[in-house]
Design a protein around this ligand. Sequence first.
Ligand SMILES: Cc1ncc(COP(=O)(O)O)c(C=O)c1O
Length: 373
Amino acid sequence: MNLFDVYPLFDVNIVKGKGCHVWDDQGNEYLDLYGGHAVISIGHAHPHYVESISRQVATLGFYSNSVINKLQQQLAERLGKACGYDDYSLFLINSGAEANENALKLASFHTGRTRVISFSKAFHGRTSLAVEATDNPKIIAPINANGHITYLPLNDIEAMQKELAKGDVCAVIIEGIQGVGGIKIPTTEFLQALREACTQYGTILILDEIQSGYGRTGKFFAHQHSGIRPDIITVAKGIGNGFPMAGVLISPLFQPVYGQLGTTFGGNHLACSAALAVLDVFEQEHLVENAARVGTFLLEELKKIKGIKEVRGKGLMIGLEFDEPIKELRLRLLHEQHVFTGASGTNVLRLLPPLCLSMEEAKEFINRLNKVL
Ligand SMILES: Cc1ncc(COP(=O)(O)O)c(C=O)c1O
């Protein structure tokens, strides 16, 4: 059997990782400014993480959601305190798309409505409603195009208020910072006006923090830079540092109903031990603060480099927009300078390093970038 060929691959076989570095099967070392697509949060092969999941899998890897799972309860308690949403509830699943599906489903159960507002360039996943809310017609199959979504321009307060005033919108779904869309940041004024309008018109505000969350922008969640509280927050990617896991943080506005949501694998023992180890390391190594400090340095230094059209971002979620396509630049960074980076569209280089990136590693990246510009 062959693999279903949907990924354009780099010709590199990564076999080992440590902190912010990875190695290929030829023994070449790479600086990882991509984090396996924002997934590696505490660094590759962190000893505490390795020890926690090894111990857990040797004890109990999985049992179903029909029995008490104290690890889930511990995770909900720890996460609530760490992110400042102690009064919210946690529902655990396995991927970002699944988190957004459940968030939208909850919003619809709650409001009885079916219309959703999303924003131009938004990315919310590749399944059912999540992909319908993703502004990329190429990945929306006819079976997903069910007319639930109205797309609005990001940061257009007037357009948003006009649409919500119709009184029939179930939910607004918005990324803390748009990742796939090219590191586009919702303004504080926009998020505050959105919060107000959602409350006024009985619409559920869903913050997709799957890429921008868990410390990446220098606050636990990107929306916390704007001082708003959404009704639902979705998380995935870095929360398990590579172990597939996602969560929906649900405000006290919602009453749980037995059987309304459910999953086989979500919140299993092994996943919870991974997520708990991640939170331990976040606390012990002050990773949110590190993302703010190293991210601020990187942003300042990158802005000094000539030839980059615009540098955008917060903390360790950074986009470098160029006038020309970055495909060649990204390949040279990888093969000549041994640096992994991400991309958004054709012209934006995207940086999503592990949150433990040190000042020295940040400086090293700047050096290597300068060599290919
Ligand atoms: C903002 C955002 N939402 C949702 C998703 C989908 O997550 P997953 O690939 O885990 O389904 C992604 C993935 O890149 C994302 O960046």
